[in-house]
Design a binder for this molecule. Sequence first.
Ligand code: HEM
Ligand code: HEM
Length: 229
Amino acid sequence: MTYDNTDQHIAVWDWSVRVFHWCLPVLIFLMWFTQDQNRMDWHFLLGEVLLGLLVYRLVWGFIGTPYARFSHFLYSPKTFITYATQLFSREKPRYLSHNPMGGLMVLVLMGAVIFQLVSGLFTTDDIFLSGPLYETVGRATSAWLSRWHRVFFDWLLILIGLHVAAIIFYKLLGEGLLKAMFTGKKKANKQHQDLLSGDVTVRFPWFRFVIAVAIAAAAVYGVFHIGYA
Ligand code: HEM
Ligand code: HEM
């Protein structure tokens, strides 16, 4: 049976993508706060949670719900450039998942959070505090990553600022993206370039969810609990 999905409310962001997303601002704030208060035990613990979430989302980008897959929202340079030339127009093409610009934003933001996190794993204060992978690299590499862990946080904040500015920019041009990050749903119409045909709204793929969670848990265990000293 073929489904016509236009004029339906489509489940674009499944609950796990939304939980993942809203955990990011909360965790990143707490990561800053914990080191500011010198509660490095919590800084490390929250690092474990964040690592788990990021690995989960990376795996979910391959085996997750259709609109959450990287293959769905990463576009060729040609499509990206065509879209970019129409960026300021209210008539630019619409997408249910991330548009070509948004897809790039996901890569850049996720890459930035991953870099902040991974650099932390090798960071040392040269006195009594070191990330769990500190022993696996030489002193020069660790010193380099420690420096970047301190410096890169400001860059991360700038990227987050640009991300929020982009959401406001889209809203001003008549395309609200925020509500769907809460409800998960968007009303599909023929304008949407990436509307999938077929019944993509029904079941949450629990089996694949368990696989993604298991891979994330294994990664957290491998990084934080094996002991590399
Ligand atoms: C630490 C702060 C933040 C980070 C690191 C971050 C990162 C991300 C990432 C990685 C995605 C892609 C989600 C996915 O596909 O799994 C995304 C999407 C999104 N974010 Fe954020 N975000 C942050 C804060 C915010 C805030 C404060 C807002 C509210 C204005 C917001 C609104 C959105 C919206 C609306 C989308 C969907 C965009 C679209 O439809 O293409 N984000 N964000
Ligand atoms: C996205 C996640 C993270 C954020 C946003 C973050 C943020 C920060 C910030 C802002 C500082 C203070 C830098 C300064 O002194 O000016 C810091 C220090 C530190 N972080 Fe993280 N961090 C994250 C993840 C991690 C992880 C996963 C680890 C290790 C498990 C880690 C280990 C450390 C250590 C050891 C320091 C102390 C460095 C020093 O005092 O010299 N961080 N972090």
